[in-house]
Design a protein around this ligand. Structure first.
Ligand SMILES: [Zn+2]
Length: 243
C-alpha cells in the first residue's frame, strides 16, 4: 500500500483545484464515457478488471450512471467508447483483454441500458485513445463529427483509466481543439469522481516480471493533473439545475 503520507506529499506538491460545474439549459453539452466496461470495471471480469470490490471504481460507476441518466433525460448527446480488440493484435504492455464479442468488451451492467438510448453513440475502439479510435476507414473521425453535429460547446469526460485512456483522449482532444478541428467546442471538463483507475501496488509489481507499478491514488491524481496541464478543467461532481 502507498502510505497516506506519500499521497499527501504528492497532492501537496501537485495541488489540484477542482471547479464546480452546474449544468445549464443554455449550454450545449456532450458527455463522453470512456471504457466503463466489464473488462476494466466489473470484479473478476478479466485480467485487467478489479480482483475485488474497489471503492474508487464503484464511485466512478455511480457518478457516471448519474451523469448518463441526466443526459438521457434531457436528450443530450452521449458518446461511449468501448475498448475492443482483435485477438491477433496485442496492446502492449497489457495482456490480452476486452476481445471483440466478449463480455469484457460490453458496458457494465449499470450502464447497459445506454445501448437502447437514441441520444447515445457507441464507438468500439482498439487502442487507448478514443480520439484516434474514432478515425474511421474513410478517414473521417466519428467523435469530431459528433461534436459538430451536436454543436457541443462543453464536453464532460468520465470513465477509466484516469491516467491512461481518459488522459489520452483528453490530450488529443485538446490538441485538435487548438488546431480548430473541433469548433464550436470550448470547454473540456474531466469529472474527477466519475473517473477511476486501477490499483497495482509496487509490492505486487515487484513479484511480477510484466508488472508496471500503478498505485491507484497516485496515478488517478497524476492523470487529473496532467489533463489540467493540457487545459482541461477538473470538476468534482456536476450538479444539474432543477434536480
Ligand atoms: Zn485495450
Amino acid at each position: 500500500m502507498v502510505s497516506s503520507a506519500t499521497v499527501d506529499l504528492l497532492k501537496d506538491q501537485l495541488p489540484l483545484e477542482h471547479e464546480s460545474v452546474e449544468l445549464s439549459e443554455d449550454v450545449a453539452y456532450g458527455l463522453v464515457l470512456v471504457d466503463i466496461i466489464n473488462g476494466f470495471c466489473t470484479v473478476g471480469a478479466g485480467p485487467l478488471a478489479p480482483a475485488e470490490p474497489n471503492e474508487q471504481i464503484s464511485e466512478m460507476i455511480n457518478e457516471a450512471e448519474k451523469l448518463a441518466r441526466s443526459f438521457c433525460e434531457k436528450g443530450w448527446p452521449v458518446m461511449a467508447f468501448i475498448d475492443c480488440h482483435h485477438p491477433d493484435v496485442p496492446e502492449h504492455p497489457y495482456p490480452p483483454h476486452c476481445l471483440a464479442g466478449s463480455q469484457q468488451s460490453n458496458l457494465v451492467p449499470a450502464l447497459r441500458w445506454l445501448e437502447e438510448e437514441p441520444n447515445v453513440t457507441i464507438r468500439r475502439k482498439d487502442c487507448y485513445d478514443g480520439f484516434i479510435g474514432s478515425i474511421q476507414e474513410d478517414g473521417t473521425n466519428l467523435f469530431v463529427n459528433w461534436v459538430k453535429t451536436n454543436n457541443v460547446t462543453s464536453l464532460l469526460v468520465a470513465g477509466v483509466c484516469t491516467d491512461i485512456c481518459v488522459l489520452d483522449f483528453v490530450c488529443s482532444t485538446m490538441s485538435a481543439k487548438t488546431r480548430g478541428f473541433l469548433s464550436p467546442l470550448e470547454d473540456v471538463v474531466v469529472v474527477s469522481n466519475a473517473c477511476a483507475t486501477f490499483d497495482f501496488p509496487v509490492e505486487v509489481a515487484r513479484t511480477n516480471k510484466h508488472g508496471l507499478a500503478h498505485p491507484q491514488e497516485l496515478m488517478h491524481h497524476m492523470g487529473l493533473y496532467m489533463a489540467k496541464e493540457r487545459g482541461a478543467k477538473i470538476a468534482y461532481g456536476v450538479s444539474v439545475a432543477g434536480s
